[in-house]
Design a binder for this molecule. Structure first.
Ligand SMILES: NC(=O)c1ccc[n+]([C@@H]2O[C@H](COP(=O)([O-])OP(=O)(O)OC[C@H]3O[C@@H](n4cnc5c(N)ncnc54)[C@H](OP(=O)(O)O)[C@@H]3O)[C@@H](O)[C@H]2O)c1
Length: 280
């Protein structure tokens, strides 16, 4: 679909921002679908976020993504926040409405679920207990989407116990907080294990977690994608568990944003995946 009468614009606001793979993903799709437009990295200091977001309509932007450290602050600035993003408490996508007002969305949870279903089409959130490690922003998106997919039991474990307890209280059943020291034992009988902490990311130590009690039938996922295989995923794979890394989450969260801005729900092709993998 071409729009020769208009050059379409979107971008990602972050500080720093040049590490973001989003421009590569969206520009790949703009070219693939023959849409005249571009997606740019926007280095926005925290103190400039409000002005930058409010400038989007005047600049003719269809919207933008938000990355660290703007996801929570932008939530407070936009005019409307959709219900899922409200539960998550952060937005990663802004869409400029026809009247110039701003709508906020969070597509991380959608991206997460799609990445699992893409890897294992028979996966079900209600197949058994799910252990989630971590209680930060990534965890909130993953937890909200798991609950919406019908998860029956989620054991939430975080280094800072009070953060897990507060999150379990806020989200309610089926999420229950378990103490950090019981994280190894919490894996007994689990159908799924998800790491949402920064542990295992390039430059960080591995997640301190013994997998001995985890059933070999469990799916193990890590929302980290640098490196492509974290020590947790390597350990899980070597004992026979099915694994999923965070790259699919990154790729899939971009799809509804592209659709909202440019009117096409884009596909994740092998070529796109290989192009992004080559940057890791
Ligand atoms: N694939 C994707 O699209 C995607 C999307 C979002 C995030 N991510 C990745 O997810 C990871 C977390 O991001 P986030 O935004 O959720 O970060 P965040 O909000 O800062 O949360 C960090 C989490 O890691 C835990 N943590 C940090 N250091 C730890 C340690 N030494 N031992 C145990 N736990 C530790 C924190 O526990 P405390 O509460 O105790 O500090 C917290 O639960 C990052 O690697 C990020 O790149 C990927």
């Amino acid at each position: 679909m071409a729009h020769p009468e208009r050059f379409l614009l979107a971008g990602v606001m972050g500080w720093p921002v040049m590490h973001s793979r989003s421009p590569k993903i969206h520009n790949f799709w703009l070219a693939k679908y023959g849409i005249a437009g571009t997606y740019v990295p926007l280095a926005i200091r925290p103190e400039g976020l409000r002005a930058a977001l409010r400038a989007l309509p005047a600049l003719g932007f269809a919207g933008c993504n938000l990355t660290i450290p703007h996801k929570e602050a932008a939530f407070e600035i936009v005019d409307r926040v959709d219900p899922l993003a409200r539960r998550i408490g952060a937005i990663n996508c802004v869409v400029v409405a026809a009247d110039g007002s701003l709508d906020g969305y969070n597509h991380d949870g959608f991206g997460y679920i799609q990445s699992i279903v893409e890897a294992y089409p028979d996966w079900r959130a209600d197949a058994g207990p799910i252990v989630v490690i971590g209680a930060g922003g990534g965890a909130r998106a993953v937890l909200a989407s798991l609950v919406d997919r019908g998860a029956q039991e989620i054991r939430l474990v975080n280094r800072s116990a009070e953060r897990a307890q507060a999150l379990a209280k806020e989200f309610g059943p089926p999420i229950e907080a378990a103490p950090w020291k019981e994280r190894h034992a919490a894996l007994a009988g689990a159908a799924m294990l998800i790491n949402t902490t920064s542990q295992g990311m390039a430059g960080q130590p591995a997640l301190d977690l013994a997998l001995d009690t985890l059933p070999v039938s469990a799916v193990v996922s890590d929302i980290i994608y640098v490196p492509r295989e974290t020590p947790l995923l390597a350990a899980a794979r070597s004992r026979g568990n099915r694994t999923v890394n965070g790259l699919g989450m990154l790729l899939h969260q971009a799809r509804p944003a592209f659709h909202a801005w440019f009117g096409v729900m884009p596909e994740i092709t092998a070529e796109l995946r290989a192009m992004i993998e080559a940057t890791i």
